[in-house]
Design a protein. Sequence first.
Length: 235
Amino acid sequence: MAPPSGHALREHGFALMGLPAVPAVVAAGFGDHPLRPLRLRMSWTADDDWLFQYVPRAAPVGPASPVRDLAERRLAAGLSALLRSTLSGPWLDIHADWLIDLHRVRTVAPAGKAVRVEPPGPRPAGCAFGLVAVVGREGTGSLRSRLYGPGRVGPLVEAAPAPGQGILLDRRAVVDDRHELLAGAGGPVVQDLLVAHLSGASGQVEAAPGPALRRRPMLVRGPTGTVVHTRPALR
């Protein structure tokens, strides 16, 4: 699959794409149990680049685990590296901050069987874009993906992304997506799927403003990627 096309995403509501090399920490992260969701905040900076920040979730009942928090921060850093090139494109409004809810879905299909890949719960309110990407697969099998538009009268497209490939979705055009993992007759297949939901941090996604002067301050990063201060930025 070719890199995602902004034209294809705007015209058809989806784009087939290839992934960069998957960081080892991301591949290893699918072995965790349970696979807890992660959240990142994505902001455009004054040096014309995306800044990813890990957003800790509310701690469950009981004391927080520093070991778990460190592991999730390392995983978030690996996911940021993967998403930086995957999500960068003209479809993403640089004048908005984005919240990215990330889910890791491991599915096992017995030999010769088809298993539906269950989505990780409801999408967040205001979800504007989505990503469904095959991070890894062991065994002989394939993923069958169907995307549906409003009315769900026949699929918009049927695709079979392989490991290292995925589908970028405009959720305002694609209202439903269904996926099945098909195992070959020779044995079971295990698949690791990364599902991302992108929502405007303010809860609303607006069209990018026209003037060259960006309306809101841009983040400025220090040498280690930390936010130093903010200032307006010109393109």
